[in-house]
Design a binder for this molecule. Structure first.
Ligand code: PB1
Length: 325
């Protein structure tokens, strides 16, 4: 039936009716808060390009985790900022490394809060790439796999509930899965950054983690942004290699990829609302051109509507508070 029998505005007339028929729900439990844990910071250090986000000493990271737990967030995702870096990124698998120490401290303080650890070498290598370099200066895929697996295993031993490889080396999910299983860590799931694009939206993160590549770029291993079908192939391979959760990253510029991945695969799907997406909203809000709460919740709802089950976002705490009020 058409108008006037059909009037879609009938169900928009009141807030109660709109609540009753709302199709997409955002909740704190779906949100994961990234944390930058620094081994050298004596106090929390603001990150200019990411207002409200700080480099945290371990004690402060525990405090953030307590807040996350109190707000009912789905978990925290740890990124390490080590004091020293070297060509192979050995700080990544140091049993007393900053992420390993922070994981132990957070698990002791908040045992029920899922701690996810980012598995990559870029924060730990002197050259800033996500893997070790070959003689010709390219990132050596296969030589990086063992180091990534060693990193994941050391994080799991430190108590990480989940490991999340963000490096984009071919074969790393299968290699990490095999190493975890061989080390008696078969209970530790892998959140694979499966469709991770060589995005222009990572700048603020690289400022925060001091992890920009010293030369070149990440286009030799992160995906080319125009490629949707390749993204589906990447996800399929990670599923075959044993990923427990797959991810699309960034989020808003890739809602089509999120939707197609969710349609095709049965696994839980995460999306990473990255630093540049966060900084854009923060900057626009500070410039007075956007209502921050409305715009941020609309963006996060769009990511959920596209099909993401989990959203990694620097807005996690703010959104949880907004959703409560
Ligand atoms: O918030 C962000 O921008 C996340 C950036 C992301 C972290 N996993 C990568 C950014 C980059 O490519 O430098 C780090 C890659 N390991």
């Amino acid at each position: 039936m058409a108008f006037p029998q059909t009037r879609l505005r009938r169900l928009r007339r009141t807030a109660g009716l709109r609540d009753l028929v709302r199709e997409t729900e955002l909740s704190a439990a779906r949100l994961v808060l990234p944390l930058f844990v620094s081994s050298s910071a004596q106090a929390s250090e603001p990150i200019p390009s990411m207002p409200g986000v700080e480099r945290l000493p371990i004690g402060a990271a525990v405090g953030q985790a307590r807040e996350a737990a109190a707000l009912g967030l789905g978990g925290v995702l740890l990124f390490g900022i080590p004091e020293d870096k070297d060509d192979e990124g050995s700080g990544a698998w140091d049993e007393e490394g900053v992420v390993q120490l922070a994981t132990r401290a957070i698990k002791e303080a908040e045992p029920a809060l899922p701690v996810i650890t980012d598995v990559c070498l870029c924060e730990y290598t002197s050259h800033g790439h996500c893997g070790v370099l070959a003689a010709d200066g390219s990132v050596d895929n296969d030589a990086s796999l063992e180091l990534l697996a060693r990193t994941a295993t050391s994080q799991a031993r430190a108590g990480a509930d989940v490991v999340a490889p963000s490096d984009m080396m071919d074969g790393r999910v299968g290699t990490i899965r095999a190493e975890l299983d061989a080390e008696g860590l078969s209970h530790v799931p892998i959140v694979a950054y499966s469709a991770k694009f060589a995005s222009a939206f990572y700048g603020p993160f690289r400022d925060a983690a001091d992890s920009a590549p010293a030369f070149g770029d990440r286009r030799g291993y992160q995906m080319d942004p125009p490629n949707l079908h390749e993204a589906l192939r990447e996800v399929a391979l990670d599923v075959d290699e044993g990923a427990d959760v797959v991810m699309v990253k960034p989020a808003l510029p890739y809602l089509d990829v999120i939707a197609r991945v969710k349609q095709r695969f049965e696994l839980p799907l995460a999306a990473y609302h990255v630093s540049g997406e966060y900084a854009m909203l923060k900057t626009a809000a500070r410039a007075g051109v956007l209502d921050e709460r409305a715009a941020a919740l609309e963006a996060l709802t769009a990511i959920r509507r596209a099909g993401a089950d989990i959203i990694i976002t620097y807005y996690a705490k703010d959104a949880a508070r907004w959703l409560q009020s």
